[in-house]
Design a protein around this ligand. Structure first.
Ligand code: NAD
Length: 465
């Protein structure tokens, strides 16, 4: 016999599930989203077989449908992402989706090479890897699924995603969107798949499946290390802690506005966002003044210590992030300090060794460290970047200093005199990606990163000259 308490718990949980499903999904059955990883892998294998027969023109039609649906549903996904993860800003997440839709390359990114000479003609073409396993983060969940899907499909691949468990509803919404776009273009069902409830076990199964030929990880150091130890071809897009330098030749007002905009974008969730600032002592007051006039709120003294206790966790003298506070609005932090204000960004002056400088926080809090010259600035910035080779930024008009910093920091993205997001094509030239592969060197990943080279040689001379 079932007791009353059990039945009421059961009813409550069913209602909760139904209402959250309805709030987050267009229909009950999302295309490409399976109960188990076994089913997902079976389905994607069938889809990939069919996809081998599709033309480049058909690939492009699917991609253009993905662009359109992403633009149409950008706001839905932005709201869903904030609702599910409790992180970021809806307005900024809309921009991120628009960026993915408009600036992720398609098949035009695949550039074959031709070599001709006395000994004939050789052709190098970019071929698919096959089925790619992709692990995606909680910070850009649907953006990464869509961006990866476009690049991987453009390269002729199929994809199996294991999204971050805390962001899997919105990630799976994106998987469904991609499949709807593919179906509408006459493409195969389940070319992009995922699981309803991703776990470490589903991730392991995906990584170990012999049919999965390439692995792509977008996330922190743990997942990149795991993938690189898999024995398979792997692309690792790992953590960063981007510094920004402001020297005495910069346009200080512009630098202040750019840094506030870049550092507060989506509440500092993007891995490329300015996370600590090194400012020449001679311009630091002017910089701070301009920042506070343009969306930043300055805190001082014991307020900084209080904020450390909110944002970070200390264990044996080592600091790490308090996960509950990642990507929260600046106003929520200030309320914890008893301050009623709602700025985009909190700024404070600290020393170089302060945990706000050294820890990748992903919170709208920017520490500013005064430096006396460029050598000191570069030394501190390189140290704070921790060798991630991810992103670094500078505001300066002195070419020698720009070059010296770029050489010393060796990052994949280096932005001069603009907000950090210019580095992924928002207000800067170049295409976008949400998988920036510093550790494995593919850099700003796109379709070509998800292909393998194949050479075809014809030795009996096919020439027109
Ligand atoms: P996270 O590392 O917690 O999770 C990322 C993904 O990896 C998730 O799907 C998670 O489930 C999985 N994962 C984590 N540890 C794993 C392990 N040992 N084995 C297998 N899977 C594992 O990261 P997050 O909090 O979602 O995202 C923020 C981090 O990602 C930051 O460090 C940020 O810099 C980085 N990031 C990098 C890029 C880039 O392009 N380089 C882009 C976005 C985020």
């Amino acid at each position: 016999m079932l007791d009353e308490k059990y039945i009421s718990q059961l009813v409550e949980s069913v209602i909760k599930n139904i209402s959250s499903d309805n709030a987050l999904a267009p229909g009950k059955n999302q295309l490409g989203v399976f109960d188990t990883m076994e089913e997902a892998l079976e389905a994607v294998k069938k889809a990939y077989k069919l996809y081998r027969g599709y033309s480049v023109e058909q690939r492009e039609k699917m991609i253009s449908n993905i662009r359109r649906l992403t633009l149409e549903e950008a706001e839905v996904m932005a709201r869903m992402g904030v609702e599910e993860t409790g992180m970021g800003r809806v307005s900024d997440k809309i921009i991120k989706h628009q960026l993915v839709a408009n600036k992720t390359p398609g098949t035009e990114d695949l550039r074959p090479q031709v070599m001709t000479g006395d000994q004939g003609l050789t052709l190098v073409e970019m071929a698919p890897y096959g089925i790619i396993g992709s692990i995606t983060p909680s910070t850009n969940p649907s953006e990464t699924v869509i961006c990866n899907s476009m690049g991987m499909i453009a390269g002729g691949n199929a994809v199996v995603f294991n999204p971050h468990p805390n962001a899997c509803k919105v990630a799976n919404y994106a998987v469904d969107l991609v499949n709807r776009a593919i179906r509408e273009a006459g493409g195969p069902d389940n070319l992009v798949v995922s699981v309803k409830k991703p776990t470490m076990d589903t991730s392991k199964m995906m990584m170990e499946c012999p049919d999965v030929k390439m692995l792509v990880a977008t996330g922190g150091p743990g997942v990149v290390k795991t993938l690189l130890s898999s024995g398979k071809k792997a692309i690792g897009a790992g953590a960063g802690n981007p510094p920004v330098i402001v020297d005495d030749t910069a346009d200080i007002k512009k630098a202040a506005i750019d840094i506030v905009n870049g550092s507060s974008f989506d509440n500092n969730l993007p891995c490329i966002a300015e996370k600590e600032c090194f400012a020449f002592d001679s311009i630091a007051d002017e910089l701070i003044d301009n920042m506070t006039k343009n969306g930043a709120y300055l805190i001082k003294g014991d307020m900084i210590d209080k904020l450390v206790k909110v944002a970070l966790v200390e264990k044996d003298g080592k600091f790490s992030i308090n996960k509950k506070w990642v990507g929260k609005d600046a106003g929520l932090f200030l309320r914890e300090l008893g301050i009623n204000a709602d700025p985009r960004l909190i700024i404070c002056e600290t020393k170089e060794n302060h945990p706000f400088v050294q820890v990748e926080m992903m919170m709208p809090i920017l520490p500013i460290v005064r430096v006396s010259n460029i050598d000191e600035a570069i030394e501190m910035a390189v140290k704070a970047e921790h060798g991630c080779r991810h992103s670094a930024h500078i505001h300066s008009k002195n070419v020698d200093r720009l070059t010296a910093f770029a050489r010393a920091v060796e990052t994949t993205i280096f932005v001069k005199n603009a907000p950090s997001y210019a580095g992924i094509g928002a207000g800067g030239e170049g295409y976008t990606t949400f998988t920036i592969a510093g550790p494995t060197g593919e850099g700003i990943t796109a379709a070509h990163s998800f292909t393998r080279q194949r050479r075809c040689v014809m030795a009996d001379g096919l020439h027109i000259v």
